[in-house]
Ligand binder design. Structure first.
Ligand code: SF4
Ligand code: SF4
Length: 370
């Protein structure tokens, strides 16, 4: 059992209430079974013969958004998200996969996106920039499925900003999935195969640097891929906010300032907690806006915007995103800025419920002020 590698987490969490009040999903569903403590207890009960690996357990395990707030809050740093991922792997190996999760997996494998869209069914304007690159490509912009299929404006804005900086960046028309979501859902082997195929493609292009739009993909390339026994071939993975901050710091990009609206920044669980990218988005933001509001919890303690569940648990994701928009509104923000297409997708859905707060991606905001 893969969960056996996390016996310390099971034992520590099963009767601990210390992070119960900050669980992203537990605070939305108000179900005890969704808290970190319950996950520890349920999974420890398997060893004690008190809990079956059954479909009901599967439903619980796929309600966690892997936001890592519990681990961050824990004084001992017990890793509940990795325990949950290991348990999902055990579920899969026992033939228990919720129907919607099985469908998402199929779509990721066949279509390179989790949205059920046909491969390459991308926005016409984005397609104009994309190339079936065969030759060398020193720097590649990795769009990610959320940008390609749901929020193409984020990718288009990033491309236009990089063009204004005279950066020579290749955008792949036939971009493959990274493997991030397959890994998060517990499909370890399939994630490894996807990541390997992508790395081989990038190596074939002789890519030296990959600029990544999605915080989840960035975290996957920098933190998870090395654990999958894959060789990244010395490619430097850099998040778009880091690339843009570098161009601003060096004076290549000189944006003007927007002073009418009040902005706030949503850090995002993967960006801040897992990938530790917190300063660079602020460098970009502070170069274009005058009036900033700060969310109640930010940087590594930032709440999730539901971005880990937009496809697997859309209703829970929506509820979490609504809470974030309400908080931004309470803080007096007219615009909540993100630096990730998944976060934008999640928060944009919530604008149908919470009126009066716009959602903008960092690249779009920068482009509008160049
Ligand atoms: S992660 Fe830490 S704080 Fe949370 S339940 Fe487990 S031991 Fe307690
Ligand atoms: S990773 Fe997030 S959603 Fe999952 S148990 Fe921890 S705090 Fe709750």
């Amino acid at each position: 059992m893969h969960i056996d590698r996390f016996k310390d987490v099971q034992h520590a969490c099963r009767f601990c209430l210390m992070c119960r009040h900050i669980c992203t999903v537990g605070n939305h569903t108000f179900q005890e079974v969704d808290t970190p403590r319950a996950k520890g207890l349920l999974l420890q009960n398997i060893e004690r013969g008190l809990q079956e690996i059954d479909p009901e357990l599967g439903e619980v395990l796929y309600r966690c958004c892997l936001c890592g707030y519990c681990k961050q809050w824990c004084v001992s740093g017990f890793d509940v998200p990795e325990l949950v991922k290991a348990a999902r792997r055990d579920l899969i190996e026992n033939g228990i996969v919720p129907k919607n999760i099985a469908e998402i997996k199929e779509s990721l494998i066949k279509n390179d996106n989790p949205y059920g869209k046909k491969p390459g069914e991308i926005d016409p304007e984005l397609r104009e920039y994309a190339q079936c690159a065969q030759a060398k490509a020193g720097t590649v912009l990795f769009q990610g499925a959320a940008a390609r299929y749901m929020q193409p404006d984020t990718a288009i804005a990033a491309i236009k900003v990089l063009q204004k900086a005279n950066a020579d960046v290749t955008v792949l028309e036939d971009e493959q999935d990274s493997g991030f979501l397959l890994n998060a859902l517990g499909f370890y082997d399939e994630a490894q195969q996807k990541a390997r195929a992508l790395l081989e493609r990038l190596a074939g292009l002789d890519a030296k640097q990959v600029v990544v739009l999605s915080s989840q993909d960035y975290y996957f390339f920098t933190n998870i891929v090395p654990t999958l026994e894959l060789d990244t071939g010395g490619i430097e993975f850099i998040h778009i906010s880091q690339k843009l901050a570098g161009l601003i710091r060096s004076g290549v990009l000189r944006p003007s300032k927007e002073s009418e609206k009040t902005y706030t920044y949503h850090d995002g669980a993967y960006m801040a907690r897992f990938a530790s990218v917190m300063d660079e988005p602020r460098v970009v933001l502070e170069s274009v806006v005058d009036k900033m509001a700060v969310m109640n919890w930010s940087r590594e303690l930032a709440h999730s915007a539901g971005e880990g569940l937009t496809v697997t648990q859309p209703e829970i994701s929506l509820g979490i995103a609504v809470t974030r928009l309400e908080e931004a509104k309470e803080k007096g923000a007219d615009v909540i800025v993100v630096s990730c297409p998944e976060c934008k997708e999640s928060l944009k859905r919530a604008t149908s419920v919470v009126k009066g707060v716009e959602v903008s991606d960092l690249s779009e905001l920068l482009l509008a002020n160049l």
